[in-house]
Design a protein. Structure first.
Lengths: 159, 291
């Protein structure tokens, strides 16, 4: 039997009915069409499904959709403001931190949740922040450089 | 594929306990689900009813009192412990362990109670709690009971919980003075499960400086978290020296019953225990001297 789920994704309130076994990542991708969030290992190992839920980075493949009742969610689609990319997205482009792009939505979610909580981290803390996200291209250094540039204030948030 | 199930999300402990009583043996409890959903996805667990306790806010707290010690609600997340000022200050080994327990995302959503109830012998939380002589409270509609965390684990993925029971709280007594504690695990990928983990607590006699009390607890070295009691016995009452710690590691290794799996052979795990017990006891001893 389907159950009611109310939550907010990228500022937009939603009310839908889902089967209890549905995972959050599947609701985002299949019901809401937000296919920016990817599915990788589906065993809580790779981090490509990372989203921001109530300010925290979490793995949307390891949470039942119904557990997100009442939550405020941000996915990669919610980072840009209109046609203005988020500072992290711009820095990722400039520093070649995208490569194949598959880990990017999850990396950006982890990076944003982390920098929102700790805007002036050390390099070690930046590395730890993306510890739960695997980049299959092994492009970690460019991701760390992009995050460092944002921390240094090289990119300003769009008003 | 995850099976279809009936879903309830009680908002209070009372409501949760009556649901457990109502569904008897046909349910599974989900908190953060960071371990459970993996097993459900693999079809290893197919519950008829899933009772989601994540939303029971009365079980989400960290309280400290210098007489009673630390009390943590079962639904407290790992990252809450890691960031808690009182835990960092007075129970540093817990914060130290939590930081490496799993990825940040998992620590943000997974609960400490769920981690214990999952009963995985590779879990990091149990050995640290046992080293700190922690207790826990289990509730059912019939009332509450308390037990040592050490007595909570029965076998692989098996705990003392009966149907109708819910783990509600974990208590850690104030760490005695002149005590040093340490935890580490060996793993190939940082923040992965422990190939082997070791938690040590050493209390020194204030004047003489010998080892007054010691606890050495191992993760993933047996079907459940275990104390290396013979190694503890060797150290208790003695002045701690490097050769003695080496011997303690060797004894601890003989006490284990590890398995071989894709991460390591049983033989390799036994070697790891030797080395880690020696190293961690040394670290705990050093911290006890500084305490």
């Amino acid at each position: 039997m389907r159950k009611e789920l109310k939550f907010t994704v990228n500022g937009q309130p939603y009310e839908l009915y889902v089967k209890p076994k549905t995972l959050l990542v599947d609701v985002l991708r299949n019901e809401l069409g937000l296919t920016g969030t990817k599915k990788g290992c589906e065993s809580s190992s790779c981090g490509v499904c990372t989203i921001i839920l109530n300010g925290m980075a979490v793995k949307s493949c390891s949470i039942l959709a119904l557990q997100a009742e009442g939550a405020e969610i941000t996915t990669v689609e919610g980072l840009a403001k209109g046609d203005q990319l988020h500072p992290l997205q711009k820095a990722f482009l400039d520093y070649g931190a995208y490569q194949c792009g598959f880990c990017t939505p999850g990396m950006l979610a982890s990076a944003k949740a982390f920098l929102d909580e700790n805007p002036k981290p050390t390099e070690e803390e930046i590395k730890e922040a993306i510890d739960g996200n695997v980049c299959r291209c092994t492009g970690y250094n460019s991701i760390i450089r992009a995050m460092t540039a944002v921390v240094n204030g090289d990119y300003k948030e769009a008003k | 594929m995850i099976n279809d199930f009936e879903y309830d999300a009680p908002k209070t402990l009372k409501e949760a306990l009556s649901l457990l009583d109502k569904y008897r043996e046909d349910y599974k409890i989900i908190a953060g689900g960071q371990s459970l959903l993996i097993m459900m996805r693999q079809g290893l667990i197919k519950p008829e009813h899933l009772i989601d306790i994540k939303g029971i806010s009365e079980l989400n707290y960290v309280k400290f009192d210098s007489n009673k010690g630390l009390r943590m609600g079962a639904l407290t997340t790992h990252s809450t412990l890691e960031k808690s000022p009182v835990i960092k200050k007075s129970f540093g080994v817990i914060a130290e362990m939590e930081k490496r327990l799993a990825s940040i995302q998992t620590r943000n959503w997974g609960s400490i109670g769920g981690n214990l109830c999952h009963g995985d012998p590779a879990g990091d939380l149990a050995p640290v709690l046992i080293a700190l002589n922690a207790t826990l409270t289990v509730a059912s509609i019939h009332g509450e009971r308390n037990m040592l965390v050490e007595g909570f684990f029965l076998d692989y993925f098996e705990t003392a919980l009966e149907y109708g029971d819910l783990l509600t709280e974990i208590q850690v007594p104030t760490i005695p003075s002149n005590t040093g504690t340490a935890y580490t695990k060996f793993n190939v990928i940082e923040s992965d499960m422990a190939t082997v983990g070791v938690g040590v607590s050493i209390t020194l006699a204030p004047k003489e400086g010998h080892c007054k009390d010691v606890r050495i607890v191992l993760a993933n070295a047996a079907p459940k978290p275990m104390r290396a009691k013979q190694a503890e016995e060797l150290l208790r009452g003695k002045k701690i020296t490097d050769p003695l710690l080496k011997e303690a590691g060797e004894i601890a290794s003989t006490e284990t019953e590890p398995i071989s799996d894709i991460h390591a052979s049983a033989e390799y795990r036994k070697e790891l225990v030797k080395v880690l017990v020696k190293q961690l006891s040394k670290e705990a001893h050093l911290r006890a001297k500084q305490a």
